[in-house]
Design a protein around this ligand. Structure first.
Ligand code: ADP
Ligand code: MG
Length: 331
């Protein structure tokens, strides 16, 4: 081996925001035949925002209380929106108080968003969503919400996730919400269903933008097989399915299924996986070459051979270019 070639490869990588966790990447990357990209957070920016909420008004706060425990991009979007709405409400009611009692300011919002909703028995349902039991401090023992019969009762299970998860754990999705789900999917959005008290109660429509450079990156791998792998259902993958640079799309794949898919592809030929350092760690570890997008924290570097800390997806291409260059210098 020539340690100098490797050392300079490591240095060039660092300059491009790439941490090489396992120097064998320089040997293995050039031999990769199939390259698998995770969708959410990899080909898409993973910075999701809530676009609209259909159904029960209180559902957003209940969903946010549960999602606070999750690191999923959908969870972040829901928590941020609930906080923003709480902030707006507080501002409005403060304005009203100022107007009515002659300038005296009272703050009732020091506790921050959702401080009155307690959550216990939080559970993750990988690739499907999350659930928890909600309690609201100071609420009447019978009700979390306020004035009509539909609200979650204190101690109710709240589920946030795919329609299938809510149906399985809580109950049916009413026709009006079903229509909101279909409509969201038709527009390439992600519908997060909120269920409690026997049925789906709301649909939170979340949007994520694809990274501007995804086409360039996938097209640059024209000489290899390009695969897109996602837990999302097929409706969310049309943009990629329709693109000529994409050879295969696997949609609706749960986290265990991702690992299995990568293993199977790896049995057919040398396979690289590009994914999110946290959620996709097992699939990254199963690949011949695992490339994590992330902040270079221990969890990502454990599972991956290279970690791309740059927010530009073109750094994934650079991993392969650097490996080609380094291998040439080694030989
Ligand atoms: P991907 O494979 O595209 O990265 P995931 O496997 O992380 O997606 O999740 C698959 C689907 O499960 C998401 O599209 C979403 O509908 C649902 N989901 C997962 N986690 C959550 C969560 N915390 N809250 C709501 N929905 C979730
Ligand atoms: Mg992902």
């Amino acid at each position: 081996a020539t340690p100098l070639a490797v050392a300079s490869g490591l240095r060039d990588a660092l300059e491009r925001g790439i941490v090489i966790a396992n120097a064998t990447v320089f040997e293995s990357a050039p031999t990769v035949e199939t390259i698998v990209f995770d969708k959410t957070g990899t080909l898409t920016a993973g910075e999701m925002t809530v676009l609209e909420v259909h159904g029960d008004e209180e559902a957003l706060d209940l969903a946010a209380a549960v999602e606070r425990r999750s690191e999923h991009p959908v969870a972040d979007a829901i928590v941020a929106r609930a906080a923003a709405e709480r902030g707006d409400e507080a501002a409005t009611s403060t304005d009203r108080r100022v107007a009515s009692d002659g300038g005296r300011l009272e703050s009732e919002t020091d506790d921050g968003p959702n401080a009155d909703i307690e959550v216990r028995d939080f559970e993750r349902h990988p690739g499907e969503g999350v659930s928890a039991t909600v309690e609201r401090e100071g609420a009447a023992p019978s009700a979390v919400g306020s004035d009509h019969g539909d609200e979650a009762r204190s101690g109710d299970r709240v589920v946030v996730g795919t329609p299938g998860l809510v149906e399985r754990l809580i109950g049916p999705v009413p026709a009006a919400l079903e229509a909101a789900i279909d409509d969201a999917r038709d527009r390439g959005r992600l519908p997060a269903v909120v269920g409690y008290d026997g049925r789906a109660r709301a649909v939170v429509v979340v949007g994520d933008r694809t990274r501007t450079e995804w086409r360039d990156v996938l097209e640059s791998f024209a000489d290899r097989e390009v695969v897109v792998l996602t837990g999302d259902d097929a409706a969310g993958t049309e943009t990629f399915r329709d693109h000529p640079a994409v050879d295969r799309v696997f949609a609706g794949v749960p986290p265990d299924g991702k690992v299995e898919t990568v293993r199977r592809l790896s049995g057919e030929g040398v396979t690289a996986m590009v994914g999110d350092g946290t959620n996709d760690a097992p699939a990254l570890a199963a690949a011949d070459v695992g490339i994590a997008l992330g902040d270079g924290t221990a969890r990502a570097t454990d599972a991956a051979d290279a970690v791309v800390t740059s927010s530009d997806l073109r750094a994934v291409r650079s991993v392969f270019d650097l490996a080609d260059g380094t291998r040439r210098r080694i030989r």
